[in-house]
Design a protein around this ligand. Structure first.
Ligand SMILES: *[C@@H]1O[C@H](CO)[C@@H](O)[C@H](O)[C@H]1NC(C)=O
Ligand SMILES: *[C@@H]1O[C@H](CO)[C@@H](O)[C@H](O)[C@H]1NC(C)=O
Ligand SMILES: *[C@@H]1O[C@H](CO)[C@@H](O)[C@H](O)[C@H]1NC(C)=O
Ligand SMILES: *[C@@H]1O[C@H](CO)[C@@H](O)[C@H](O)[C@H]1NC(C)=O
Ligand SMILES: *[C@@H]1O[C@H](CO)[C@@H](O)[C@H](O)[C@H]1NC(C)=O
Length: 229
């Protein structure tokens, strides 16, 4: 009677395993938020849909064109009522083509595209300038209802200015119109003029400031105790 309801905890193991499996399968297939946050679907004739169809190993899912590893290579967010691309936009930083036309976008997009080094085609609403300006792109075309920015230029090459980065640093493109100077191995600091191991300094720096803040905290609490007593 009472025994019929009794189960050893070990008999739950297969159930727990099954539950874990069920929970993990949809998670593995889950699309990045940026692909599903806009309702509706991508139109057949959109540039992103056509790009996705041209390349056999790519798949259109939600508003994204993904490769087999789930990397976003195309993103179509036309007509999504976006005032800004939003916090999930960086999930598409490997994209080759992005369509943002027919959105009420506001403000400057330069920092939105930081890290988007692969981007070759960007379609924007009319009146929103290409990030980085006209010089950051090979071809900028204005249409009645949109504009396209094509061919991201590598500013490290095109400026032809050896002064862009200091002597012991090198120039790396980090997105449309954006570049960064990276210090050579063994150099760090302002204009890469300091030599030596940076990580050791950093370690002592953090350790030092932690010790200081703990001492300040203790000093403060002890002082308060002294006052109240
Ligand atoms: C889009 O393509 C799908 C399949 O390729 C088709 O079933 C659908 O009718 C097309 N829609 C339009 C609006 O052309
Ligand atoms: C945008 O979407 C609305 C529905 O959400 C539709 O009525 C309208 O035609 C679309 N506009 C464009 C330019 O695709
Ligand atoms: C941009 O708008 C024009 C009409 O002004 C349209 O013909 C063209 O297809 C649009 N470009 C893209 C990439 O959707
Ligand atoms: C820029 O320079 C790098 C190496 O200096 C080279 O690999 C790359 O192809 C160049 N890119 C362009 C667009 O010229
Ligand atoms: C760059 O590094 C070299 C040694 O590799 C050094 O002689 C030179 O002074 C450094 N330049 C600067 C600006 O720090």
């Amino acid at each position: 009677m009472a025994r019929a309801g009794f189960r050893s905890p070990w008999s739950l193991v297969p159930w727990a395993a099954a539950l874990l499996l069920v929970l993990s399968v949809p998670r593995a297939l889950a699309l990045p938020e940026i692909c599903i946050q806009c309702p509706g679907s991508v139109q057949n004739l959109s540039e992103v849909a056509l790009y996705c169809k041209r390349t056999p190993e790519l798949m259109l899912q939600g508003h994204c064109c993904l490769n087999g590893k789930g990397t976003i290579l195309g993103l179509d967010l036309q007509n999504c009522s976006l005032k800004d691309p939003g916090p999930n936009f960086a999930q598409a930083h490997n994209a080759v083509i992005i369509d943002l036309q027919a959105n009420p976008l506001k403000g400057d997009l330069a920092n939105t595209f930081r890290g988007f080094t692969q981007l070759q085609t960007l379609i924007l609403p009319q009146g929103v300038s290409c990030p980085g300006g006209i010089n950051a792109w090979d071809i900028v075309t204005f249409y009645i209802s949109n504009q396209t920015c094509q061919g991201q230029r590598n500013l490290c090459n095109s400026t032809g200015d050896p002064e862009t980065c200091p002597e012991n640093g090198s120039c790396v493109p980090v997105g449309p119109g954006l570049l960064q100077c990276v210090c050579a191995d063994g150099f760090h600091g302002y204009k890469c003029m300091r030599q030596g191991s940076f990580s050791l300094l950093m370690f002592f720096g953090i350790l030092g400031s932690t010790t200081l803040s703990i001492s300040l905290l203790l000093w403060g609490t002890q002082r308060r105790k002294a006052k109240t007593s």
